[in-house]
Every structure is written in structure tokens, then in C-alpha cells.
Design a protein around this ligand. Structure first.
Ligand code: ZN
Length: 223
């Protein structure tokens, strides 16, 4: 699995010829690419409708590429009404298989203008990742490790103010027990300033089996 950080909470994930975009806020201040740079995509996942999670850009990518737009029922229907052809209108706990990729919608503790905030657990035939959207830590994150263990990559908000901070994120890692963690949702704006190196040190102490991978916008890592 190749994971490319597109800044903030935005990622491009590639596995077995499949190209996924999650929360593609490509007009954001830290995005290394624009919509013009996207010419292929299979699945677009949007966790909630706040501007910094790329609902608008996600729709554009789908219209341009024919990719599936997958989100909570109300949000995916909205994308459909606004011209996206291929949609999957999941709800919490539900899954869909798209070309061998299983996408499961899970809860998040946050807010949303349309429907509710969500996260995604995505399983390829031989790897998996969890993008929690915006959330504070919650106890039922431990169910995800029970159900889907081992999750290969946990994309982990650490910036506080709108989401969990590094201390909550450290506990989230303990509950989810992923193999790898990539910090996100920090340092985009002054209010979400956080130190990923400090978070890395904390996780190395409390979850020594977990690897923390810090990547900058535009950088990729192979897992
Ligand atoms: Zn939000």
C-alpha cells in the first residue's frame, strides 16, 4: 500500500492498481496538488461535510474520473443530487465491496452540517487502513482492533481544538493497536499546532510495537 499525504486530513492511497482519495481538500493551504493533477481515481471517501475535508473537491474528482463517491447516506445522496453518478450511501457499521476493496463506515465524535461525522476502515485483500475523520478519542475504538486486527495504518488526528490532541491520540493508538500510525490534522492553522515528534516519542513508549511514520504534505510511504 502506498500512502501519500496531501496535507491536513487528505490522503491518496494506492494498492493493486486501485486509487483512493480520502477527504481530498485539494484547495487547502497545504495541498501539494490541485484537482487538475488528478486524472485517475476509483474511490473517493469523504468523512463529513466540513470544508477542510473536501466534499466539493471529492465530487469534482468523481465527476472527472467516474470514481465512486462513498459517504454517509445523507452526504452521498447530496453528492448524487449534485451530479455525481456513482455513489454508495452507507450508514454506520455498513460495508460495501468495490472491486475487491471493502469500505466500512464507522462512527466519529465530531459534528457535521449534513448527516453525521464518520470515519472509514478500508480493507484491501492484503492490507488495511483506518481514517477516523475528525474525532476525539472514544472507547469503542477498541472494537475496531477486535473486528479488523491488524489494521496496517491508522491515520491519526493530533492537532487538538477540532479533534483529539496528542494525549488522546496516544490512547487511541493503544485501543486500535495498528501496525503503523501516520499523524494528520495538525499545523495547517495556528490553532491546531502540534508536535508530531513528541507524539512519536509518547507512542514509542506506550505502544512499542507500533511504528509512527511522520510524512510531510506531498510525501509518500510504502507500507
Ligand atoms: Zn470537521
Amino acid at each position: 500500500m502506498k500512502v501519500t499525504f496531501l496535507g491536513h486530513a487528505s490522503f491518496k492511497i494506492e494498492e493493486d492498481e486501485q486509487i483512493l482519495y480520502v477527504d481530498p481538500w485539494l484547495t487547502g493551504p497545504t495541498s501539494p496538488i490541485t484537482i487538475d493533477d488528478v486524472d485517475k481515481a476509483d474511490i473517493v471517501l469523504v468523512t463529513h461535510d466540513h470544508t477542510d475535508h473536501g466534499f466539493v473537491e471529492g465530487k469534482e474528482i468523481c465527476k472527472k474520473t467516474g470514481a465512486y463517491f462513498v459517504a454517509l447516506n445523507e452526504l452521498a445522496h447530496k453528492a448524487g443530487e449534485q451530479g455525481v453518478e456513482n455513489i454508495h450511501t452507507l450508514n454506520i457499521g455498513g460495508s460495501v465491496n468495490i472491486g475487491g476493496v471493502t469500505v466500512t463506515l464507522v462512527q466519529a465524535f465530531h459534528s457535521a452540517g449534513t448527516g453525521a461525522p464518520t470515519g472509514f476502515i478500508v480493507r484491501f485483500p492484503s492490507s488495511s487502513f483506518y481514517h477516523p475523520g475528525d474525532t476525539g478519542v472514544f472507547a469503542s475504538m477498541s472494537l475496531f482492533s477486535e473486528l479488523y486486527s491488524p489494521i496496517d495504518v491508522f491515520l491519526c488526528p493530533i492537532g487538538s481544538y477540532f479533534t483529539q490532541d496528542i494525549h488522546q491520540a496516544e490512547l487511541a493508538v493503544k485501543l486500535i493497536k495498528p501496525k503503523n500510525v501516520i499523524p494528520m490534522h495538525y499545523n495547517t492553522f495556528p490553532v491546531i499546532e502540534a508536535n508530531p515528534e513528541k507524539f512519536k516519542g509518547m507512542v514509542e513508549n506506550s505502544s512499542p510495537d507500533v511504528k509512527v511514520i511522520i510524512i510531510k504534505p506531498g510525501e509518500s510511504t510504502e507500507i
